[in-house]
Design a protein around this ligand. Structure first.
Ligand code: PXP
Length: 250
C-alpha cells in the first residue's frame, strides 16, 4: 500500500527568501507527522538554496517516522549523510542552474560513482534509493550497484496530456513491475499533485510517494496538517479503494 513522505524543502525556500528563521521546516515536519505522513524528505542541495545543514541535523533528532535525505552522489554529501545517518538516502542528479531536479539520475553513465556512494552509505546501514527514469537499463543497473530501492521519476508523467499521459503511466507501471521483480523497493515522486497522484498510488508495487511542492503550496492556504491529510486521503482511496485509479483529466 502506497504511503506519503512529505518533502518540506519549500518551507525552507520561504525562509531563505529572507534569510530569516521562519518558517522552520522542523515545525513543518512535526505537523506533517501528526497528520499521518510516514516519512519526511529533504534535499540538501550543493548550493544550500533551501534546506540547510542545521535543518538536517535537527530533523535527524526530531523526526519520529523516517528521514529521507535526497542528495547528489558527491563525496561532500556522502560524508554528511554518514555523519547524520538518515534512515534513507535518495541519490539524485544535481545541476546548479536547474530550478528543480530535472530527470532521473543516469546510473548507467555514472555507474562507478553511484556504486561507490551506495557502498559507503550501505556500510553505515543507510538504505539507498536511486531516483531514476522508469527505463530498463537504469532499473537493471540500479540493482547491480546494490541499491535497496528506486524512486521512479514521475516528472514526465506529471507534465503529460492526452495519449502521452497513457504512455507515461504505462511506463511507470512497467518500470515498477520490473524493479519489484528484481527485489527493489519501489518509490516514486516529482511533480505529483492532488490531481495526478491517484494513478501513481494505484500501481501495485508502489511504496513511498515523495511529494513536496503541491503539499507545501496547499499548506500555505489551508495549513500543513489539512494539506497532508487531504493527500493521504487521495493515496488511501487509490490503494485501499481499489487499485487502478483513473488518470487525471488531460
Ligand atoms: N523526489 C525527488 C527525487 C525530488 O528531487 C523531488 C524534488 O525535490 C521530489 C521527489 C518532490 O517533487 P515535488 O516538489 O515536485 O513534489
Amino acid at each position: 500500500m502506497a504511503r506519503l513522505q512529505v518533502n518540506i524543502d519549500h518551507v525552507a525556500t520561504v525562509r531563505q527568501a529572507r534569510r530569516t528563521v521562519e518558517p522552520d521546516p522542523v515545525h513543518a515536519a512535526v505537523l506533517a507527522e501528526l497528520a499521518g505522513a510516514t516519512g519526511i524528505t529533504v534535499h540538501l542541495r550543493e548550493d544550500r538554496r533551501h534546506i540547510q545543514d542545521r535543518d538536517v541535523e535537527i530533523l535527524r533528532r526530531t523526526v519520529r517516522t523516517r528521514l529521507n535525505l535526497e542528495m547528489a552522489a558527491s563525496d561532500e554529501m556522502v560524508a554528511i549523510a554518514r555523519r547524520i545517518r538518515p534512515d534513507m538516502c535518495t541519490l539524485v542528479p544535481e545541476r546548479r542552474e536547474e530550478l528543480t531536479t530535472e530527470g532521473g539520475l543516469d546510473v548507467v553513465t555514472h555507474r562507478e560513482a553511484v556504486a561507490r556512494a551506495v557502498r559507503a552509505l550501505a556500510a553505515d546501514g543507510i538504505e539507498v534509493s536511486l531516483f531514476v527514469d522508469a527505463r530498463v537499463p537504469q532499473l537493471d543497473v540500479a540493482k547491480l550497484v546494490g541499491a535497496h530501492a528506486v524512486e521512479l521519476h514521475t516528472g514526465t508523467y506529471a507534465h503529460a496530456t492526452g495519449a502521452a499521459l497513457e504512455r507515461e503511466i504505462e511506463l511507470l507501471r512497467a518500470g515498477a513491475a520490473r524493479a519489484q521483480a528484481q527485489g527493489l523497493v519501489v518509490h516514486a515522486g516529482h511533480g505529483l499533485t492532488y490531481w495526478n497522484t491517484a494513478a501513481v498510488a494505484a500501481i501495485s508495487a508502489m511504496c513511498d510517494l515523495n511529494i513536496g511542492h503541491s503539499i507545501v503550496s496547499r499548506a500555505v492556504l489551508v495549513g500543513m496538517e489539512r494539506a497532508v491529510r487531504e493527500m493521504i486521503a487521495i493515496i488511501d482511496a487509490a490503494t485501499v479503494g481499489g487499485r487502478g485509479a483513473p488518470l487525471p483529466m488531460a
